[in-house]
Write a protein that binds this ligand. Structure first.
Ligand code: HEC
Length: 149
């Protein structure tokens, strides 16, 4: 009896996990992975400017290029209609698509400007502080409007 109960509890727990897990190949899974990578990349860039990491001009330029590539990718994984209740996107993503797309273009332009600034040689941190700040502001602006926390 005791065993049976435990097994049932275990199965129930497994079922919940399976249901909660987002399929990595689904649109939600894909955009989430890209956003996480964007966060990690931008945090490393910020870390180099704020003293958490050593400032390496080449690593900074590579990180900026990677962030620029990533910034073009999440949008294709937002389907035309809301796809998944587990998404933390607000319904406005689908109801105000023009605004959403405009903020996505803002980010892309700002990461491109960051790449350009990071390509100067010799590169010093003060040349990229403003451009990175503008990128972070673009993330923030869209999250405030379109992401539910
Ligand atoms: C144009 C709008 C927009 C911009 C710009 C944007 N995001 Fe987001 N972000 C979203 C939305 C919407 C979600 C919620 C996605 C979902 O759950 O469906 C999100 C989710 C995330 C998440 C959470 C992923 C998870 O674990 O669920 C992270 C991290 C993130 N964004 C980082 C960033 C970073 C870093 C930047 C800037 C470099 C950025 N985002 C720029 C709209 C944006």
């Amino acid at each position: 009896m005791r065993f049976k109960l435990t097994a049932a509890a275990l199965l129930a727990a497994l079922a919940v996990t399976a249901c909660d897990r987002v399929d990595p190949n689904s649109p939600l899974g894909k955009r989430t992975a890209i956003f996480k990578e964007m966060l990690k990349t931008s945090e490393d860039l910020g870390g180099m400017l704020r003293g958490r990491l050593a400032f390496e001009p080449q690593a900074f330029a590579e990180g900026a290029a990677h962030l620029d590539q990533l910034s073009r990718q999440p949008w294709q994984y937002f389907p035309e209609v809301k796809d998944d209740e587990r998404s933390s996107a607000r319904d406005d993503v689908w109801e105000k698509q023009e605004r959403f797309k405009a903020l996505a273009r803002d980010l892309e332009q700002r990461t491109a400007a960051l790449v350009e600034a990071a390509g100067r040689q010799p590169l010093t941190p003060d040349q990229v502080v403003q451009p990175l700040q503008r990128v972070e502001d673009a993330c923030e602006a869209c999250h405030q409007a379109f992401r539910a926390y």
